[in-house]
Design a protein around this ligand. Structure first.
Ligand SMILES: [Zn+2]
Length: 201
């Protein structure tokens, strides 16, 4: 049974779609929005409606950014011989916060997952192949999650790119086994990067 007016009920519905936000929190957020000024609400609406247009994927690495290329790819100070392969752009933010990595990235857009029907064609592999073929990359660091699907994806990638003259390494499991890398803290990621090892192909 709904006790809220429909517009508020709809807002609660949207807020409760955010990760970690339960029904009660969504209600508190929606009720709090009622106290905002019209300008604030209008600006909030503008931010949401322009979000897809304003935030894009970097044409090179797939990171989220405002223009065509992300700040990492544009930064001349980065080590362009190193490419850290991650599942999602959110993981780049974690690596950047760790301050321990100065190479480039490549976002796969997920991991191989037979159960949810995600195969090699659903990952950004062609883009990675293009980058390898254009030369200059000496090491691919596979930083997929240390769960079963993440490990399977890492081994698949190692085989897939074994014909290129590039060193392929896997981050160490300083990250708890079975965990999702999106939630690993920066210190853990720094240790995982430092302890990376070669992957038999
Ligand atoms: Zn980029």
């Amino acid at each position: 049974m709904s006790n809220y007016p429909l517009p508020l009920e709809r807002l609660i519905g949207y807020f409760s779609r955010f990760p970690g936000v339960g029904k009660r929190s969504a209600e508190r957020m929606a009720l709090s929005a009622l106290s905002w000024t019209s300008e604030e609400l209008s600006d909030f609406g503008d931010v949401l409606s322009s979000l897809r247009e304003a935030v894009k994927a970097c044409a090179v690495c797939g990171n989220i950014c405002e223009g065509d290329l992300c700040p990492v790819c544009l930064d001349c100070g980065r080590n362009r011989e190193l490419v850290c392969v991650v599942e999602h752009a959110s993981q780049i933010i974690q690596f950047e916060r760790s301050g321990s990595y100065h190479g480039l990235y490549h976002v796969l857009g997920g991991k191989l997952s037979p159960l949810s029907g995600k195969g090699p064609d659903d990952l950004r592999l062609a883009e990675l192949r293009d980058r390898l073929e254009s030369g200059g990359i000496r090491e691919l660091i596979l930083a997929t999650s240390p769960d079963v699907e993440g490990e399977a994806t890492a081994h698949f990638l190692a085989r897939e790119f074994s014909s290129y003259s590039v060193k392929i390494t896997r981050i160490a499991s300083g990250v708890p086994i079975g965990s999702d890398l999106s939630y690993a803290d920066s210190a853990t990621l720094a240790i995982a990067l430092e302890g990376r090892r070669g992957l038999e192909q």
